[in-house]
Ligand binder design. Structure first.
Ligand SMILES: Cc1cc2nc3c(=O)[nH]c(=O)nc-3n(C[C@H](O)[C@H](O)[C@H](O)COP(=O)(O)OP(=O)(O)OC[C@H]3O[C@@H](n4cnc5c(N)ncnc54)[C@H](O)[C@@H]3O)c2cc1C
Ligand code: SF4
Length: 440
């Protein structure tokens, strides 16, 4: 991006460092013990039921209490190998912590996310391998996509003695953990360290620079491997359907976020003075907050319905507002306003009062109205599978309609589009693949 009101260096290095500091700093050991002591160790714990990966939460908290951090990490990672990342990025306020019975007694849940981070950080930092491979089965599974779904599947298969080959177009594995999650949620290259931890079990081979559809087809994978898992996420971005969308100053939020996550020096990233974000989900919140954190003077997030309907949780909405982001609801973009070859604003129309319009000036307009499977780049893959609402249909074991092919994560129909759900999908698929390969 370039242009008069789009430039790098709006803030000093110190300001940027402060704005991108850890959103939820880790607990000290004594804070962790105090919080662990607040747990009632409920029977049939509602927090565990609310966790998409079914982590035994009272079990791991009990181990923190008794000083057994490694055991605690084992309890977490045996259900969710990305327990470290999920501790940082899960919307706990609508999952385990919402279900915590401490809410009714004290209006404040046990800080499960932070305790989970406390338990897992040292294991990942020191690459302490807590799981071994079962004796090799001689079976090889192709995994398409090295994101949370693919890596979770690969790790579980490795634990079960199978060999996994991960086909990934990007240089770095990790999927959106590496390229998408907001920078203040995952610091110090944690995503890469976690991938290293996952690969540390052995038996997982990464084939970087290899894309399904471009370098290999589903038909070939089915012929060459004992089973296939599809976890290629959502590589396409929804458009606004307006004229001038290709002009300078109009960008996909996910592309800019990826650039930001990979930037060695954030102060060098060009930032608009006035930024308009169109969308109401996590991506919209993240691009809005991060634009502000990079020094944009005015950031407005515009959503077509009300705050209640936003996909981003109330907590995230409030987080954005406290970081200086303006929220405007019940509006949809009607026209991109242009000045020569670049955008200068957006005309919106009210979705609650027909005919009412208003204009927001903008140096940059970010599109954040959702991602989709990029079927056109998958060379006929979609024709072989049953598709529902443009995503892959799977059963409860994450089997697709095609024999020997499983799928999980964002690319399947009916999921939550969360890191933790992708990890669970990968795990369930691996268990199902294992049963299939053993003929059980
Ligand atoms: C900006 C943003 C912020 C988010 N923040 C959060 C958050 O805070 N908390 C949370 O829980 N969730 C968050 N999410 C959602 C979460 O990141 C996803 O649900 C999760 O990453 C899905 O995992 P996945 O493995 O299915 O897909 P991905 O993470 O997208 O991984 C898919 C992998 O497949 C690869 N791939 C793509 N095409 C091909 C191909 N043709 N062949 C082979 N490989 C291919 C990709 O390069 C990628 O590595 C966020 C999403 C976005 C976009
Ligand atoms: S619901 Fe809360 S108090 Fe009960 S086991 Fe879970 S974390 Fe502990």
């Amino acid at each position: 991006m370039s242009g008069a009101d789009v430039k790098p260096g709006r803030l000093t290095q110190e300001q940027i460092a402060a704005n991108f500091a850890d959103m939820h700093p880790p607990l000290t050991p004594s804070e962790a013990i105090i919080d662990a002591d607040r747990c009632y160790f409920c029977y049939d714990a509602p927090c565990t039921t609310a966790c998409p990966t079914g982590i035994d939460i009272p079990g791991f908290i009990q181990k923190i209490r008794s000083g057994n951090l490694k055991g605690s990490a084992h309890t977490i990672l045996s259900e969710n190998i990305m327990g470290g990342m999920c501790a940082r990025v899960c919307p706990t306020e609508v999952l385990c912590e919402q279900a915590c019975v401490r809410n009714t007694h004290e209006d404040r849940p046990v800080r499960i996310g932070l305790l989970q981070r406390h338990a897992t950080d040292a294991v990942v930092r020191d690459n302490t391998q807590l799981f071994q491979r079962a004796p090799a089965t001689g079976r090889t599974v192709a995994i398409v996509g090295g994101g949370p779904a693919g890596l979770s599947c690969a790790h579980r298969l490795a634990m079960l003695g199978h060999h996994a080959i991960v086909f990934e177009p990007k240089d770095k594995p990790g999927g959106l953990n590496e390229y998408g999650i907001a920078a203040y949620k995952t610091l110090d290259d944690f995503a890469a360290r976690e991938v290293e931890y996952i690969l540390g079990i052995g038996g997982i081979e990464m084939r970087a620079g290899t894309a399904l559809g471009r370098h290999i087809s589903l038909r070939e994978l089915r012929e060459q491997y004992d089973a296939v898992f599809l976890g290629f996420g959502l590589a396409g971005v929804n458009g606004l359907g307006l004229e001038h969308e290709q002009l300078e100053g109009v960008a996909n939020a996910v592309d800019y976020i990826a650039e930001l996550r990979q930037a060695p020096d954030k102060a060098k990233l060009p930032v608009g003075r006035r930024v308009v974000v169109i969308g109401g989900g996590m991506t919209a919140i993240d691009i809005a907050v991060q634009s502000k954190a990079l020094g944009a003077a005015e950031v407005t997030m515009v959503y077509r319905r009300g705050q209640e309907q936003m996909k981003a949780s109330r907590y995230e909405q409030e987080f954005a507002q406290t970081r200086g982001v303006n929220l405007r609801c019940w509006s949809r973009p009607r026209r991109l306003l242009v000045d020569g070859a670049r955008v200068r604003g957006v005309e919106f129309e009210s979705t609650s009062t027909p005919g009412e319009t208003y204009t927001l000036d903008a140096d940059v307009v970010f599109k954040a109205i959702g991602q989709k499977v990029s079927w056109e780049r998958l060379a006929g893959t979609g024709e072989l599978l049953e598709i529902r609402e443009a995503r892959i249909a799977v059963d409860e074991e994450r089997r697709t309609s095609l024999s020997g092919v499983w799928a999980g994560g964002d690319c399947v129909y009916g999921g939550e589009d969360l890191t933790v759900s992708a990890v669970q999908d990968g795990k369930l698929a691996a268990l199902s693949i294992d049963r299939f390969l053993r003929g059980a």
